[in-house]
Design a protein around this ligand. Structure first.
Ligand code: FES
Length: 107
């Protein structure tokens, strides 16, 4: 893991994230979830906005992540809450592929 340009940080190798899966990474003191949705990459905060659970331990169904603790659901593209008990949206992050590395831009 190293600092990239303009806030971009490499967080994982592309091979670490399989199709339709989610992984959790630690970067800049934050826990971030990286998703592969039909080959497209998305990134959100990994900690559920309801209580304390890692969304990377949850279930990804297309563009929807379900929290493993109380089953709130979020749209990984926008971070929007789709189903309670969460009421607060997730923060999202720009994500890109450089070579075989997945990078996230941290502000
Ligand atoms: S901690 Fe995620 S829904 Fe409660």
């Amino acid at each position: 893991m190293s600092d990239g340009d303009g806030g971009w940080v490499r967080v994982a190798g592309r091979g670490e994230l399989s199709a339709g899966e989610v992984i959790g990474v630690e970067v800049g003191g934050r826990s971030i979830a990286i998703y592969d949705c039909d080959g497209e990459l998305f990134a959100t905060d990994n900690i559920c906005t309801h209580a304390y659970a890692c969304l990377s331990d949850g279930w990804l169904d297309g563009e929807v992540i379900e929290c493993p603790l109380h089953a709130a659901r979020f749209d990984i593209r926008t971070g929007k809450v789709l189903d309670p008990p969460a009421t607060e949206d997730l923060k999202t992050y720009p994500v890109r592929l450089v070579g075989d590395g997945i990078q996230v831009r941290i502000d």
